[in-house]
Design a binder for this molecule. Structure first.
Ligand SMILES: *[C@@H]1O[C@H](CO)[C@@H](O)[C@H](O)[C@H]1NC(C)=O
Ligand SMILES: *[C@@H]1O[C@H](CO)[C@@H](O)[C@H](O)[C@H]1NC(C)=O
Ligand SMILES: *[C@@H]1O[C@H](CO)[C@@H](O)[C@H](O)[C@H]1NC(C)=O
Ligand SMILES: *[C@@H]1O[C@H](CO)[C@@H](O)[C@H](O)[C@H]1NC(C)=O
Ligand SMILES: *[C@@H]1O[C@H](CO)[C@@H](O)[C@H](O)[C@H]1NC(C)=O
Ligand SMILES: *[C@@H]1O[C@H](CO)[C@@H](O)[C@H](O)[C@H]1NC(C)=O
Length: 306
């Protein structure tokens, strides 16, 4: 029974020694590289052994290689690098990308493999110029009070700095992953919006126009009830605002269905009220979006003058 621990120990030692002898110290250098789009990127896989090193994309190790490869005596050239970048070449150890372009991304991780031995992971950053994409339209029409969402994506590396202007003046807006959201739009939000994205490579701008329309809104606000005494003055104000502005013909006043005169300020004045002037005064305003109305109920009697 005394021999068993010794046997186990020697087994463990021999396994350890065997690994040390056979695992090549595979490395991919440098372990981080930043290049500009269009320039070259070199990674070296070492040591150079008889067996071909393969360069693999950690995201998609099994993907077949789609890019064109040109061999010369010393290196592999992978052009038109895409999201499934892999390289494989016989007995070459320098991997060179010509014109690296990473679609929708700026960062790719690679490792090389010699036989079944894998290297460390190396990261390739590709600097590229900002690119702004504004979804669909370039002109948005929105009704005041509604939320306007504009889908916008900004590509580019290093992360571009974003600045916004509206009709040429700086405005402070925040772009989320899905784009720009303008909640509860008001007439002041109308204008030409321009986004400028700038990084060390260059800058890009994108613009769109926001048109805000509003429903008719009466200056008097909501329906009202007024009580006055006989002989007092009655003033009914039908003025209403909207955008685009309401044409004068589109604002009317009726009393129990009969149309009444409005002055140029859309006001109807009765200098000395009689009991026959009592009733429901209905102001109606129509613009291209909607027809709105407000009712002012006038009561006339022996009540204290207000
Ligand atoms: C990439 O490697 C090749 C061959 O060693 C060399 O000629 C080229 O200058 C290298 N490019 C860069 C950007 O280091
Ligand atoms: C990348 O690989 C995935 C999975 O293998 C595949 O679905 C996709 O079409 C490939 N894309 C390109 C650009 O080759
Ligand atoms: C690289 O070459 C080896 C050996 O021929 C092969 O087994 C492996 O699948 C290749 N890898 C790629 C990514 O083509
Ligand atoms: C607009 O975007 C906001 C925030 O992303 C979201 O909560 C809202 O549902 C969106 N509204 C519309 C009309 O798409
Ligand atoms: C965008 O902003 C950058 C940095 O402020 C500026 O240099 C560039 O001229 C701007 N681009 C446009 C088209 O306004
Ligand atoms: C005037 O009212 C009509 C409907 O009666 C509407 O079609 C038109 O757009 C309105 N015009 C303005 C300028 O408000």
């Amino acid at each position: 029974m005394r021999g068993l621990p010794i046997l186990l120990l020697s087994l463990a030692l021999s396994v350890f020694v065997e690994c040390q002898d056979n695992i090549p110290d595979v490395s991919l250098t440098p372990n981080m590289l930043s290049v500009n789009e269009g320039e070259e990127a070199n990674f070296t896989c070492s040591p150079l052994l008889e067996e071909a090193p393969a360069l693999l994309n950690t995201r998609n190790p099994g993907a077949s290689q789609s890019q064109s490869i040109q061999n010369d005596d010393s290196r592999i050239r992978v052009t038109d690098i895409s999201n499934n970048d892999t390289g494989n070449v016989t007995r070459m150890r320098v991997f060179t990308w010509i014109n690296p372009i990473l679609e929708n991304d700026h960062r790719r991780e690679f490792f090389c493999q010699i036989g079944s031995f894998e290297s460390n992971t190396a990261i390739l950053f590709v600097n590229h110029a900002p690119d702004i994409t504004i979804g669909g339209e370039t002109e948005f029409t929105v009704i005041a009070g509604a939320t306007l969402n504009v889908s916008i994506t900004v590509d580019g590396w290093p992360e571009p700095t974003l600045t916004w202007t509206r009709d040429g003046a700086r405005v402070d807006l925040t772009l989320s992953k899905s784009g720009l959201s303008l909640p509860s739009v008001s007439l002041d939000d109308a204008g030409i919006y321009t986004l400028n994205a700038t990084n060390a490579m260059s800058s890009d701008t994108g613009s769109f126009t926001v048109i805000v329309r509003s429903l008719p809104v009466f200056e008097v606000g909501d329906d009202a009830r007024v009580s006055i005494r006989v002989g007092a003055e009655v003033v009914v104000n039908c003025a209403a605002n909207a955008f685009p502005p309401i044409s004068p013909d589109n604002i009317t006043l009726t009393l129990d269905g009969k149309e009444l005169e409005l002055d140029s300020n859309f006001v109807h004045t009765i200098a000395s009220a009689q009991t026959s002037d009592a009733g429901d005064y209905v102001c109606t305003a129509t613009n291209e979006l909607a027809t709105e109305s407000v009712t002012i109920t006038v009561e006339i009697g022996n009540v204290p003058d207000k």
